[in-house]
Design a binder for this molecule. Structure first.
Ligand code: 0T9
Length: 386
């Protein structure tokens, strides 16, 4: 394949064989240098808020229907960042750094044009299998997103199929003091182009946004050759069981624009050009403290030597420091076993079942009927020294 450097062809083939011959956790497989990303998976939850004005605008909706449309609009507008930004920045999908247990990532999007400040807290809450918990809040607008992310990987028809495990719950605090909740499930990734060494992500299957108000958005994802013959296509249907009106239907590409197929007249919901979503304009990356100001468990500080090695092509240094970090982790787990202790989560509490998930899943007939969750603690525990 054209994209695999001459010296890494053998190691790429071995990597693909390893993926094909097992299902589960890809993160621990060793991949050739050309496919390594210098960014840890703990940074990925920031994709949820790279259009902070759309996140803030959710609580400005004047009724349940308009807020459900604003949630759908914000959600669709995050997909380009979530699923095709690595291709844009690095030329292809790349293998992110596999976070260590207790790794954290903090960021903010500053207040601008009255939208309020949004804060992000991420913690790696499991290493085997990898699970990342996140909490994103715009306190001044009363909008909070809390969720966790894990993956189950398999190989099918030449592409890698990544089923997302976990969910997100969006909480919109209304002026009345009531909280409107939205359960967000996540689409399946089809990673294509792997044989040629230029992987990119297409979405497939469907996902749901179920609101406590009854509004339900069902989103279908298709690639080239389905509804439109275009990559990154979707069709969303927003309906309410007690509404006599036709459901709202939106169609288009999550990587560019989408348009309403039914009458949506609200100027709060539509873009000035009449589109429902338009992500051609710039997005706003999260603001993060400089590495010098970060603690030892903060992602960019923890991985700084590995990342610099990957960025500059010094893969020996990268591999050496990666081994150092992994050995340190192994030693910690061994010490814990011997002392009969276990690692405490710092920012989140794990719950085996979440009544909010259960209620919303029942309303939307979402499977599974119950799921575990991670809830932000009132006060975080201090990090142990590293
Ligand atoms: C949550 C997102 C997730 C994380 C990534 C599958 C993947 C790790 C998980 C699901 C975010 O909200 C959205 C986007 C991209 C997902 C990643 C894409 C990807 O390829 C990796 C996996 C683990 C690999 O690195 C496989 C090797 C790859 C280079 C293809 C051969």
């Amino acid at each position: 394949g054209a994209a695999v450097p001459a010296g890494q062809k053998g190691s790429w083939t071995s990597f693909l064989k390893a993926i094909a011959s097992f299902s589960g956790d890809l993160s621990s497989l060793t991949a050739p240098p050309f496919i390594l990303s210098p960014v840890s998976l703990t940074e990925f939850p920031a994709y949820w808020c790279e259009r902070p004005e759309l996140f803030a605008a959710i609580s400005s909706g004047k009724n349940e229907e308009e807020r459900a449309l604003l949630v759908l609009k914000w959600f669709i507008s995050t997909l380009k960042g979530q699923y095709s930004s690595r291709n844009e920045k690095m030329g292809s999908e790349k293998k992110p750094l596999n976070p260590v247990l207790g790794e954290v990532f903090f960021g903010t999007w500053p207040d601008r044009d009255g939208r309020g400040e949004t804060r992000l807290i991420v913690e790696q809450v499991s290493h085997h299998p990898p699970v990342t918990a996140y909490h994103i809040q715009n306190a001044s607008k009363g909008v909070t997103l809390q969720g966790h992310s894990a993956q189950k990987t398999s190989f099918s028809g030449g592409s890698i199929v990544v089923k997302q495990i976990g969910h997100a719950i969006l909480d919109v605090k209304l002026e009345s003091g009531v909280s409107e909740k939205y359960l967000i499930t996540l689409p399946t990734l089809n990673i294509q182009g792997v044989w040629l060494g230029s992987p990119y992500t297409e979405l497939g299957g469907s996902s749901v946004i179920q609101s406590s108000s009854g509004w339900n958005a069902s989103i279908e994802y298709k690639g080239k050759g389905y509804f439109s013959g275009k990559v990154h296509s979707f069709k969303a249907t927003l309906s309410h069981p007690h509404s006599h009106h036709h459901p709202h239907v939106v169609e288009g590409q999550w990587s560019t624009t989408s348009t309403p197929k039914t009458n949506i007249s609200s100027s709060r919901v539509l873009e000035r050009n009449g589109c429902f979503t338009d992500v051609n304009g710039p997005k706003e990356e999260v603001t993060v403290k400089s590495i010098e100001e970060q603690g030892p468990w903060e992602s960019r500080n923890l991985w700084k030597v590995v990342s610099a090695g990957i960025r500059t092509g010094d893969f020996d240094t990268a591999a050496k420091d990666k081994s150092r970090i992994e050995n340190e982790q192994r030693q910690r787990r061994k010490d814990e076993r011997e002392a009969g202790t276990s690692w405490d989560l710092l920012y989140f509490d794990h719950v085996d079942e979440d009544p909010i998930y259960e209620k919303l899943a029942a309303m939307g007939q979402i499977v599974p009927a119950t799921e575990d969750g991670y809830i932000l603690k009132d006060a975080p525990l201090p990090h142990p020294p590293r």
